[in-house]
Design a protein around this ligand. Structure first.
Ligand code: DGL
Length: 277
């Protein structure tokens, strides 16, 4: 069997801990499937980096996960999805591994947005990279041109999460600042999408400061349901995803820090492995 046609775990990639919010939902929705999580904690945050750097880092991660026999890799990171996915799918995949797949989180999220809003005024909170890529406005405009979209970059939110500053007066200040800014720009917004995998970890604070009547939408369930649907429609990929209920965690930085953060942020005990590009 050629290496490209291998069987193996589903690879889940994020720039740091944020993708764990997505992995958690994958495991709930697809119990029994094997997963490999890769967090590039040594180089996080990606959000403020250039297009070229985010693309190069993301390609490194995809190659690494392909090297571990993943037939399918999910870029759980919005920043990586918005900056690197298209180039990887169109330019790299045909050369690297034509029978494997790399999917992102933006399209599946956009598909469900219209149904969530009454006013059809929506807000997207994301990293600088995601917002400046205009991926959300472009995708929304293709499917739902009637939606009025406002974007708000929140460059400080990821560093707050990565440093465990998630439910205190300091993090509250910055959460409120960005919520106030986007609501001032469009007071008719009734749905705010958390378009970054890290942001659900600030959910307590976000819920405290979001105006009443505004629905806060994290992506984890949306993306997990979309993956489940994808696998049911693509049997040729599904049957290459192994099912022993195994989850392996890799970080590019300290395993002690990764394990401790997973304990405090997600309440899980894991033993991650360190990996370098
Ligand atoms: N978690 C990533 C996302 O969903 C971004 C984090 C970062 O800036 O590295 O956009």
């Amino acid at each position: 069997m050629s290496k490209d046609l291998c069987k193996g775990p589903i690879g889940v990639f994020d720039s740091g801990y944020g993708g764990m919010t997505i992995l958690r939902e994958f495991v709930r929705t697809l119990p029994g499937y094997d997963f490999i999580y890769l967090g590039d904690n040594a180089r996080t945050p990606y959000g403020n980096r250039s297009f070229e750097t985010i693309y190069a880092y993301t390609l490194d991660a995809v190659k690494l996960l392909f090297g571990m026999d993943c037939p399918l890799v999910i870029l759980a990171c919005n920043t990586a999805s918005s900056r690197a996915l298209r180039t990887i799918q169109q330019r790299d995949l045909p050369v690297l591994a034509p029978s494997r797949r790399v999917l992102g989180v933006i399209r599946p999220t956009v598909e469900v947005l219209d149904a969530l809003s009454k006013t059809k005024h929506l807000g997207v909170m994301g990293t600088l990279g995601t917002v400046s890529s205009n991926s959300y406005p472009l995708e929304i405009n293709k499917l739902f041109p009637h939606i009025i979209l406002t974007q708000e970059p929140c460059p400080i939110w990821v560093p707050l999460v990565e440093n465990g500053e998630i439910d205190n007066p300091g993090s509250d200040y910055f959460v409120k600042q960005h919520l106030d800014r986007i609501m001032e720009r469009d007071p008719q917004i009734d749905v705010l999408l958390l378009a970054c995998t890290h942001y659900p970890l600030l959910l307590n604070s976000i819920n405290r400061h979001a105006p009443p009547g505004v629905t806060i939408v994290p992506q984890d369930r949306i993306v997990a349901e979309s993956l489940s649907d994808y696998l049911s429609r693509h049997r040729e990929i599904d049957e290459r995803c192994t099912r022993n209920g195994a989850i392996v965690y890799y970080t590019t930085d300290s395993t002690e820090m990764f394990d401790a953060s997973c304990r405090s942020l997600f309440g899980i005990d894991i033993e991650s492995k360190r990996i370098a590009f």
